[in-house]
Design a protein around this ligand. Structure first.
Ligand code: BGP
Length: 461
C-alpha cells in the first residue's frame, strides 16, 4: 500500500434528504421549495422528473445501509428534511419523521457506520419560504428551534452535526444567478440570506452547546480555490476578491467568528450591508465550529475585468473579476466543471496555515457522468474506471496534505447511490451504487463501489 491513511480515517459518502428519500408527500411530510418548484415548473430544469422520483431511501433504507456496510463505509452523511420533521417549518413535530430518522440512525449504528447529520441541504419548507425564506429573521428563529429539536431527539446517538451544506449555493442560486428557488436576482437579498445563514448556524451551535451535548458540530462549505490568470497585480486582486466573496464570506465567520473586512468594506461602500441586530456579531464570534466539512468539485479561474462593468446592470460579485478558461484544463464535460485535483491540497494547506489547522474532512467530492448504462458489462456491473481514477487522484493530494500536517479526518464521496439532483434530475450519475429507475430503482454496486471497499478495508491504496 503506497498511500496509507491515518488510523480511524472516515471512509464514506454523502447524501441529502430531498435527493434520495422520495416519499415527498408521504407520512405527513410538508412541502419544501423543491416540491413546489417542480409542481409549478416541471420542465424548467428537471426534465419532467421531480423530487418524488428518487431512489426511495425512505422505504428502502435498510437494504441501502446493508450495501453501505458491504462497500466498507464506516461513516455516512445524510440530511434531515426540515419539512418532514416539522411540516410547516415551525410548530408541530411529525412523529412519523421522528420514527423514520430514529430507525435510520439505529440501523446505521448497528451496521458499524457513524451517522454524520446535516440539518439543512437547500430544502426550505415552503411555509417558511412564503414568509421570506432566509431573508427573514423569523425563519432564522424557526430553524434554530428545528435544530434544537433534532439535537434533543437524536443527539444521544448522533455525535457529528452540521448546520448547513454549502451556504453559498442558496445565495448564488436563489438570489444571484437564477438556478435555485426563488430565482430572484437581488444582491441586497443575497447579502441578507448569506448573513442569516451564518447567524442561524452560530445560533444552532449555541443551542447545541447549551444542551451540553458531547458530540461535535460544524458546517459544510463548498470551497472553490481561486487561481489568478497571471501574477499581474490586477489579476491577483481580482482573484482575491472572488475568493473573499465565494469562500471567505462563509469560512471566516464559521471558523474565526468574523466576516472578512474586505467584504464588509465593499458592502459598506456599495450600500449593501445586511440588516442586523445588536448582539448578532457577538453570537457569531462566540459560537464557531468544531469541525469543518469541505466540499470540493472545481477551482475558480479568475482574471481582471476586461471591460468596465455596466453601471446600469444589477450589482453582482463578478463586477470585480472575469472568469477565465485556462487553456488545456481538464474537464468533466458532462457537468461542465474543471477537474483540478491539486485544488483539494491547496484548500487543506490554506486551512492549516490560515485557519488554525481546524479539524476537517472532505465531505463531498465526486464526478457526475451521463448515461452510465453504456458502461454496464455482461455481469451487470458498471465499469466506472473514470470515477476510480478521479477519487484516487484526489486522495493522493489529500494524503500529501496529511503528510504535511493537515488535520484531515476523512473522505466522503458524493455520493452513495445515483440520486435526483437540483438542476438536472437524473442526467448525471454520481453514485458508488447505481439505481436503475426503469427497473423499479434496482440497485447494483459499481466497480468504484468495490474499489472503495478495498480502500476502506486497507485504509489506503
Ligand atoms: C453539491 C451539492 C449536492 C450535489 C452535488 C453535485 O453542490 O451539495 O447536493 O448535488 O453538488 O452537483 P449536481 O448534482 O448539481 O451535479
Amino acid at each position: 500500500i503506497r498511500y496509507r491513511f491515518p488510523k480511524d480515517f472516515w471512509w464514506g459518502s454523502a447524501t441529502s434528504a430531498t435527493q434520495i428519500e422520495g416519499a415527498a408527500d408521504k407520512d405527513g411530510k410538508g412541502k419544501n421549495i423543491w416540491d413546489h418548484w417542480y409542481q409549478t415548473e416541471p420542465n424548467r430544469f428537471f426534465n419532467g422528473v421531480g423530487p418524488g422520483t428518487t431512489s426511495r431511501f425512505y422505504d428502502r433504507y435498510q437494504e441501502d445501509i446493508q450495501r453501505m456496510k458491504e462497500i466498507g463505509h464506516n461513516s455516512f452523511r445524510l440530511s434531515i428534511s426540515w419539512s418532514r420533521m416539522i411540516p410547516a417549518g415551525r410548530g408541530e413535530v411529525n412523529q412519523k419523521a421522528v420514527y423514520f430518522y430514529n430507525r435510520v440512525i439505529d440501523e446505521l449504528l448497528s451496521a458499524g457506520i457513524e451517522p454524520f447529520v446535516n440539518l439543512y441541504h437547500f430544502d426550505m419548507p415552503l411555509e417558511m419560504q412564503k414568509i421570506g425564506g432566509w431573508t427573514s429573521r423569523e425563519v432564522v428563529d424557526a430553524y434554530v428551534d428545528y435544530a434544537a429539536t433534532c439535537f434533543r431527539l437524536f443527539g444521544d446517538r448522533v455525535k457529528k452535526w452540521f448546520t448547513h451544506n454549502e451556504p453559498v449555493v442558496p445565495v448564488e442560486g436563489g438570489y444571484l444567478y437564477d438556478f435555485h428557488y426563488p430565482n430572484e436576482v437581488d444582491f441586497q437579498k443575497a447579502v441578507q440570506v448569506g448573513y442569516h445563514t451564518i447567524l442561524a448556524s452560530a445560533k444552532a451551535i449555541q443551542a447545541y452547546r447549551e444542551q451540553q451535548q458531547d458530540g461535535k458540530i460544524g458546517i459544510i462549505i463548498s470551497l472553490t480555490p481561486s487561481y489568478p490568470r497571471s501574477r499581474h497585480p490586477a489579476d491577483l486582486k481580482a482573484s482575491k476578491i472572488a475568493d473573499t466573496f465565494f469562500n471567505r464570506s462563509f469560512l471566516d465567520p464559521s471558523i474565526k467568528g468574523e466576516f472578512p473586512t474586505e467584504l464588509v468594506d465593499i458592502l459598506k461602500e456599495e450600500g449593501y450591508m445586511p440588516k442586523m441586530e445588536k448582539k448578532d456579531l457577538d453570537t457569531i464570534r462566540q459560537h464557531t465550529i468544531d469541525l469543518l466539512g469541505v466540499n470540493y468539485y472545481q477551482p475558480r479561474r479568475v482574471k481582471a475585468k476586461e471591460h468596465l462593468p455596466n453601471p446600469e446592470a444589477p450589482f453582482m460579485p463578478d463586477r470585480f473579476f472575469d472568469s477565465y478558461e485556462m487553456p488545456g484544463r481538464k474537464m468533466n464535460r458532462y457537468r461542465g466543471w474543471e477537474i483540478y485535483e491539486k485544488g483539494i491540497y491547496d484548500i487543506l494547506i490554506n486551512l492549516k496555515e490560515n485557519y488554525d489547522n481546524i479539524e476537517c474532512f472532505i465531505s463531498e467530492n465526486g464526478m457526475g457522468v451521463e448515461d452510465e448504462e453504456r458502461f454496464r458489462d455482461e455481469n451487470g456491473i458498471i465499469q466506472d474506471d473514470y470515477r476510480i481514477e478521479f477519487i484516487q487522484e484526489h486522495l493522493k493530494w489529500v494524503h500529501q496534505a496529511i503528510q504535511e500536517g493537515c488535520n484531515v479526518k476523512g473522505y466522503h464521496l458524493w455520493t452513495f447511490m445515483d440520486n435526483w439532483s437540483w438542476c438536472n434530475a437524473y442526467k448525471n450519475r454520481y453514485g458508488l451504487v447505481s439505481v436503475h429507475l426503469e427497473k423499479d430503482g434496482e440497485r447494483s454496486i459499481k466497480k468504484s463501489g468495490q474499489w472503495m471497499k478495498r480502500v476502506s478495508e486497507q485504509n489506503g491504496f
